[in-house]
Design a protein around this ligand. Structure first.
Ligand code: 1Q0
Length: 215
């Protein structure tokens, strides 16, 4: 088995967390957003050491966000909306070039947000795939349409090599720990709109404030 029994991963838990992200007035809660990412990183780690450099970067960005939440201005970081308002009003974001705030909440979350787009594309490919489709191809196509646009050559190269080691579709579905392939596909159908909503709310917010290019 790819994951040992005691740390059995269920992708459903991850998606449940993303569902809990969105408040009644359509704000995105950072605690749940980060918790969702933690689950994804756990899954990534179970896929093998070639993914370590990816997991490590994601984990460090998660940690930056957790630190803000636990810091003295933690309340300002309750939702992505409140964070953006707080950091922009207090000039805590490097908007055009890296300077005083290389780890602003807005910048850090933008990296995870871009990765969420990759996830959305990848899950949709998984959902509509058939038995013989290759996860590595689905993964790199999704990557090329999203994250790759923001990554330098070396990272694109390393990512491409890592993707080649992905288990085949059947095994991949097993690791998701949802049930039969049909059940996985059904679950993906339910989960995707949730991920999409979180992505879209964040995208609209960042777009409205013109902060989609924070360096
Ligand atoms: C299943 C295969 C997973 C493949 C993950 C694809 C993402 C590739 C990303 C490569 C990132 C390379 C590491 C460093 C990049 C940073 O330079 C970059 C920018 O940050 P900065 O500070 O330098 O400006 N960082 C990022 O772009 C953030 C990347 C975070 C990627 C987090 C990916 C987490 C993936 C989780 C696995 C989800 C599997 C989903 C399958 C669900 C079904 C079971």
């Amino acid at each position: 088995a790819v994951v040992s029994e005691n740390q059995k991963f269920s992708i459903k838990e991850v998606f449940d967390t993303f569902q809990l992200c969105v408040t009644e007035n359509k704000e995105v809660k950072i605690d749940q957003y980060v918790a969702g990412w933690r689950g994804l990183v756990r899954f990534l780690n179970s896929l093998g050491t070639v993914f370590y450099f990816i997991a490590k970067d994601a984990a460090s960005k998660i940690q930056i966000m957790v630190n803000y939440r636990n810091g003295e201005n933690g309340a300002q970081y309750a939702t992505i909306q409140s964070m953006v308002k707080y950091e922009l009003e207090n000039d805590l974001v490097d908007l055009t070039e890296k300077a005083s705030f290389p780890e602003s909440g807005c910048r850090t979350l933008l990296r995870l947000h871009r990765a969420l787009h990759w996830l959305e594309l990848f899950l949709e490919r998984l959902r509509t795939s058939t038995e013989d489709d290759k996860t590595s191809v689905m993964c790199s196509e999704s990557y090329n349409e999203s994250l790759a646009l923001f990554h330098p050559y070396m990272i694109r190269k390393a990512s491409g090599l890592a993707f080649c080691t992905l288990p085949r579709r059947y095994t991949f579905f097993e690791v998701m720990n949802v049930g039969t392939p049909d059940q996985v596909v059904a679950m993906l159908g339910e989960a995707l709109p949730l991920v999409s909503e979180v992505y879209q709310l964040t995208q609209d917010l960042y777009s409205k404030h013109n902060i989609l290019d924070i360096p």
